[in-house]
Design a protein around this ligand. Structure first.
Ligand code: ADP
Ligand code: MG
Length: 305
C-alpha cells in the first residue's frame, strides 16, 4: 500500500508551535506545561462492532476522535493531541478524504492536534486513536472519590445513541454517529466533582464502576432521567433500558457534594446537567419511581458476551 502517500495526503496537517513536532518524524515531541500531568487514553473502533458497516466515513472519523476526547474529559483534563493507528482493507480515496475530514473536524472543534500514528493494511477496518491531555497535579477526577450524600448528575440526554442504533434513520442516529465529548464541562468540574466517568457502555454499568471504585451505592430516580421525547413516548421498561443500559452516549456522569452542586449551578455551562439521584452507604444500585421502590433488571453492553 502507498502508506506514505496516504499519510501525506490525508494525515499530515500539523499546527504545533514552539518546537513541538507532529507527523513526519519517528516520534512526536511535545512540551508538557510545567506542573501538569499527562493524561493519556486509547480506544479502538472495529467496523461492524463499534459502528454499523454502512456508517459514513466522515462520522467514523469524527467518532474515533470524540470517544477518546470523552475519556480525557471524564478526568477533568484538557485535551491536547491524538495519535491515529489506522488499519485499512484498501486505499479508497473517497473514503479516506471523508474520514480525515471528519477526524479533523472533531480535532478542530476541540483544539486538538493529530501528531502521529501508524498506517497498515489489514482485512478489517480498525481505527485506534490515542488521546493526550494535561491536567494540574492532584486535580484529576477519578472514579474512586464518590462520597455518601453526593448527588449523582449526568450531562445532556441519555439513551439517545442506543435508540439511534435501534432506529437507524431516526433523528437520534445523529447522536450515535456524532457524539459530542463534554470537554468544557469536564474541565469546569475540576475541584467540584468528587468522581466522574463518561458513559460509553450505559449509565447503569458505568455508574457501577464509580460505585465499585468508591465502595458506595446509589439510588436513582427514574422520573428524573433526562431522556429525549422519542424515548419518553415508549413504554417504561423499554425507555429505561435505552436510558440506563444503552451505550455510546458519551455524556458525563459525576458525583458532587450538595455544596459544590450549588456552586456549579452558578457557572455558565454549555450543556444541560440533571441531578438523577444520590450516593448511598448501601453498596448497590437501586431505583425509585414517583417516590416508590422500583426494582429493575438491566443489562449493560458486555464486550465478549
Ligand atoms: P515509522 O516507520 O518510523 O514508525 P511511519 O512510516 O509509520 O514511521 O510513519 C511516518 C510518520 O507518519 C510518523 O511521524 C507517524 O507518526 C506518522 N503517521 C503514520 N501513520 C499515520 C496516521 N494514520 N495518522 C497520522 N500520522 C501518521
Ligand atoms: Mg510504521
Amino acid at each position: 500500500m502507498a502508506e506514505f502517500s496516504v499519510i501525506d495526503q490525508y494525515f499530515s496537517r500539523s499546527l504545533l508551535q514552539d518546537e513541538e513536532l507532529g507527523v513526519g518524524d519517528d516520534s512526536a515531541l511535545l512540551n508538557p506545561p510545567s506542573g501538569q500531568q499527562l493524561v493519556i487514553c486509547t480506544d479502538t473502533l472495529v467496523a461492524g462492532r463499534h459502528f454499523p458497516l454502512d456508517t459514513s466515513a466522515h462520522a467514523i472519523g469524527w467518532k474515533s476522535v470524540a470517544v477518546n476526547l470523552s475519556d480525557i474529559a471524564a478526568m477533568g483534563a484538557k485535551p491536547h493531541s491524538i495519535l491515529l493507528a489506522l488499519s485499512l482493507p484498501q486505499v479508497d480515496h473517497d473514503w479516506l478524504a471523508a474520514f480525515s475530514a471528519g477526524l479533523y473536524d472533531c480535532c478542530d472543534q476541540f483544539g486538538v492536534h493529530l501528531i502521529g500514528g501508524d498506517t497498515t493494511q489489514s482485512p478489517h477496518l480498525t481505527i485506534t486513536v490515542t488521546a493526550l491531555g494535561y491536567i494540574e497535579k492532584h486535580q484529576a477526577i477519578c472514579r474512586s472519590g464518590a462520597q455518601v450524600g453526593d448527588y449523582v448528575v449526568v450531562s445532556g440526554q441519555i439513551g439517545d445513541a442506543a435508540y439511534g442504533l435501534a432506529h437507524l434513520g431516526s433523528r437520534l442516529q445523529q447522536r450515535l454517529d456524532y457524539p459530542t465529548p463534554r470537554c468544557e464541562l469536564g474541565q469546569t468540574l475540576k475541584g467540584l466533582a468528587s468522581s466522574m466517568i463518561d458513559i460509553s457502555d450505559g449509565l447503569a454499568q458505568d455508574l457501577g464502576h464509580i460505585l465499585k471504585a468508591s465502595h458506595v451505592g446509589a439510588r436513582l430516580r427514574l422520573d428524573q432521567l433526562p431522556i429525549d421525547p422519542l424515548l419518553a413516548s415508549l413504554e417504561s421498561e423499554q425507555k429505561w433500558q435505552y436510558a440506563l443500559a444503552g451505550g455510546d452516549d458519551y455524556e458525563l456522569c459525576f458525583t458532587i457534594s450538595p455544596q459544590h452542586y450549588e456552586k456549579l449551578l452558578r457557572q455558565p455551562l454549555n450543556i444541560s446537567i440533571t441531578k438523577i439521584g444520590e450516593i448511598t452507604a448501601q453498596q448497590d444500585l437501586s431505583f425509585e419511581y414517583q417516590g416508590q421502590d422500583y426494582p429493575l433488571q438491566l443489562k449493560g453492553y458486555q464486550h465478549f458476551a
